[in-house]
Design a protein around this ligand. Structure first.
Ligand code: ADP
Length: 525
């Protein structure tokens, strides 16, 4: 059961003057009772109980007020019965009715007033706690927050709009002082600890104006002005600020603008320091580029046997032709026509050797990637030629199946070739343990849709285990003793950087199948 609380809980320990008021109210009620019961004053004396109710209204709870009203009504009825008996006269009965009605109305009004007061108190408490919560979030949050007054700048920008200016960027170009002017008109009202830490300052006074913290070539403030100018509700940007010690910091900026223009005097600006993230990302890109280069070198290393063979042939031919040329020259008279033929062959063979060396160098070179039209059929055929000796050494049949009407794709040739060499080398290694007569690689090239071409490299090896299939494209996933497990990871990231994809599966008839989907138009990084 709930305890009956008669005194307002907010005043469990009534102040001395409230005890005085309550005592006075009781004395007044007793006096009214005495006069009403034991004197024959012919007036609605009981009405004076209303004063008792009014006096105690502040101090009592709703239940206390009801109880006091009930007591006063009972007392006035008791007085009536004592003074007039049960028959009573008409006038006295009417006076009693008036008094009871006055008490009931007063009681109802007091209760209504009490409820309204309680609601107000509750509302104030909620407001206070919400304000405290806001302050806690503002002051203790790890995000740098500023409270800034943008009202003057907004008024200025709206005035420009009213003058018929619609392109603020162009206007700022023609009026170089505009941005500076606006920055000077945005005072900071408050900044939290994280904001001061971000700027490397101790005294909040130093942050009143943002001028010295905004890098001179930073365009973010202009973009923020454009957002206000265009009545946007949010602004997000990336900018550079200068900390107190002079270091540059890259920050992400987020501002939410109030709906009501009157509230532009308190706009919250949030900033996240992304300097470290940007640096890490830069280092990551550099590391990735180096890794791609290292992997390319490894690919060339894997090709070395093939290259040695390729070079052996023209170099051998060079020697033979040089010797022949010498013989024709040694004749008496020298056979100049034969000399000329041998010389032509020497030139042709040196050209071939030079081409081979050139293509190896271009694979190793760290030049900027060039997107050019690439015929995929030609590229696969060239790659087969490049790997000819490896294919022969492993006794692997190599088939190309291609649609005749295939469009060229705009791609970085060397990257696609590197992926192909990786896939073919993996296939060769996977087939090492199966009988020579059953080893084959099949490359299918066909349109995937109107914008993409698919290249599938399938082999007759054991296929991909379910474990490996899950992690195939993750770095360091390898089943080979001397493998690094980076090849496929690099191939996929290299392709994805240009909008291509690389996927793997087991073919329903056995063997692994890798599928590259290359867009006809490569995306630039
Ligand atoms: P690595 O060749 O250094 O192991 P890769 O990323 O190129 O690194 O390959 C990862 C793993 O994927 C290989 O170790 C191998 O187990 C598996 N794999 C790749 N290609 C094939 C294939 N054609 N058949 C079977 N397994 C393959």
């Amino acid at each position: 059961m709930q305890p009956l609380v008669l005194v307002n809980p907010k005043r469990r320990l009534p102040a001395r003057h409230e005890i005085g008021i309550l005592t006075f109210a009781v004395v007044l009620a007793a006096t009214v009772f005495y006069l009403d019961t034991f004197t024959d004053i012919h007036s609605a004396l009981a009405t004076l109980y209303v004063i008792t109710l009014l006096l105690s209204a502040e101090t009592l709870t709703e239940k206390g007020t009801l109880l006091l009203t009930g007591s006063c009504v009972s007392l006035s009825m008791f007085s009536y019965v004592t003074a007039h008996g049960l028959q009573g006269d008409m006038a006295a009965a009417l006076r009693l009715i008036v008094a009871v009605a006055a008490m009931a109305i007063t009681c109802a009004l007091i209760i209504r007033n009490q409820r309204a007061r309680l609601d107000l108190l509750r509302f104030n408490a909620a407001l206070r706690s919400s304000e405290e919560r806001y302050r806690t979030i503002f002051e203790q949050g790890r995000v740098a927050l500023w409270e800034r007054d943008y009202s003057e700048v907004r008024a200025m920008l709206m005035a420009l709009r009213a003058q018929g200016i619609f392109d603020l960027r162009a206007h700022a170009r023609d009026n170089p002082d505009l941005v500076e002017n606006c920055i000077a008109r945005v005072p900071t009202i408050a900044a939290n600890a994280a904001a001061l830490e971000l700027l490397g300052i101790v005294d909040a006074q130093d942050v009143r104006s943002m001028r010295r913290y905004i890098a001179p070539d930073d365009t973010t403030f202009l973009e923020l002005m454009v957002a206000i100018f265009e009545n946007k509700r949010h602004f997000e940007g990336r900018g550079t600020i200068i900390a107190a010690d002079g270091t540059n910091k890259m920050v992400l900026l987020t501002v939410g603008f109030p709906e009501d223009a009157a509230n532009f005097n308190r706009v919250i600006v949030g900033m996240f320091d992304v300097t470290e993230r940007e640096m890490t990302q830069k280092a990551l890109f550099e590391a990735q580029a180096e890794l791609a280069l290292a992997s390319r070198a490894a690919t060339v290393g894997a090709l070395s046997a093939s290259l040695a063979h390729e070079l052996n042939q023209p170099l051998g031919a060079l020697v033979v032709n040089a010797q022949t040329l010498q013989r024709w020259l040694d004749r008496d008279p020298p056979d100049l026509a034969a000399v000329s033929r041998s010389a032509e062959r020497i030139v042709r063979d040196s050209q071939r050797a030079s081409d081979i060396i050139q293509s190896t160098r271009s694979m190793l070179g760290n030049h900027a990637p060039v997107i050019e039209p690439v015929s995929l059929i030609q590229l696969v055929a060239e790659t087969r030629a490049l790997m000819e000796s490896e294919l022969l050494r492993n006794a692997v049949r190599f088939d190309i199946i291609a649609e005749s009407e295939l469009p060229t794709v705009n791609a970085v040739r060397i990257e696609l070739q590197q992926v192909l060499i990786n896939l073919i080398t993996n296939a060769l290694q996977a087939m090492a343990d199966i009988p020579e007569t059953k080893r084959w690689i099949e490359v299918t090239i066909e349109a995937a849709d109107a914008q993409k071409v698919a290249i599938r490299v399938r082999d007759s090896g054991p296929g991909l285990g379910s474990d490996i299939l899950r992690n195939l494209f993750k770095p360091f996933c390898t089943t080979k003793e001397t493998g690094l497990g980076m090849g496929l990871a690099i191939c996929r990231s290299m392709l994805e950087a240009r909008g291509s994809t690389l996927a793997a599966r087991n073919h329903s008839d056995g063997g692994a199948e890798f599928e590259m989907i290359v867009p006809i138009e490569a995306t630039h990084e």
